[in-house]
Design a protein around this ligand. Sequence first.
Ligand SMILES: Nc1nc2c(ncn2[C@@H]2O[C@H](COP(=O)(O)OP(=O)(O)OP(=O)(O)O)[C@@H](O)[C@H]2O)c(=O)[nH]1
Ligand SMILES: [Mg+2]
Length: 320
Amino acid sequence: MLYTGSLDDQIQTWIRSLRAGDLRALARIISIVENRSPRSSEVLKSLFQHTGKARVIGVTGAPGAGKSTLVDQLARRCRKQEKTVGIIAVDPTSPYTGGAILGDRIRMQDHFSDPGIYIRSMATRGSLGGLARTTADVATVLDASGRDVILIETVGVGQDEIDIVRLADITIVILVPGMGDDVQTIKAGIMEIADIFVINKSDREGAERVEREIRALQSLAMRKDGWTPLIVKTVASEGMGIEELASAISDYETYLQVENRALKKSVENWQERLIEMLGDAMLEKARASMSDGDLGRLAIEVAEHKRDPYTVIEEIAGKR
Ligand SMILES: Nc1nc2c(ncn2[C@@H]2O[C@H](COP(=O)(O)OP(=O)(O)OP(=O)(O)O)[C@@H](O)[C@H]2O)c(=O)[nH]1
Ligand SMILES: [Mg+2]
């Protein structure tokens, strides 16, 4: 596409199309922020004022727990209520889940004819700025495009994933029966951020045991906001328990609306995100001030013990 106006005009045109529901503009702007192209920060600055309206729901759990199936069911339910949906599927990159990713694509194709559901798969691990930040930026674009609900699916394996679900207003952690240690295998950090627990594959034996384990953990430590995460049993592949999950979501929403809790949660999330963004920006600034050659030369000097790395870093960070 050819644009003749100034950079700002171009961005404004794209944003107008995006806000009018143009799916091509949506895809284009998502690509811009995903690739961190030079315009991306201008785009995000302009979009921010249009965000904050979408309900962001994070869905996390072990590989194969049924996250995609559940997200799919939630999306369907939203559509029945005429709500528009954006789905961000943060692909696990481990090779053994390749089949599952393919499965996702096929299953989600059901929705491709419905412009009310927009699905974006991301496999950006190791990219500049990190997975969490890119996911946050894509969610910003979807929010600004007017999507009512944004569902973020991510495998609950590492810090990146914990950061991603921190973007969400509501975090759903999926557990399944019969996975050995069940609850213990899920990272402690993930357990802490659950607003709602889903025990999926409840058609299998052991769902009760998982529930008991969660309750036992809950009795050990109260959440500091006083919320006791609800536990919902589902068979996502059969659409069972989805209504119960929807009402758990709305119970939590009701809870958030009291005593300014939603705002407090958002402030906490922004505190984390601002630190992250600041870290990125400082690193970029430091990198820009030196060439690869500089870094290589310093690495040699440190390796040869001609200089100590602490002073080197202090110099670069401008402390000395
Ligand atoms: N028995 C049973 N199978 C289910 C249920 N929910 C999902 N499945 C199946 O479990 C498999 C994995 O489901 P997915 O939704 O792809 O799981 P996922 O957590 O998204 O997997 P990854 O994205 O690879 O981590 C699929 O074959 C589903 O059909 C359930 O409630 N019961
Ligand atoms: Mg999946």
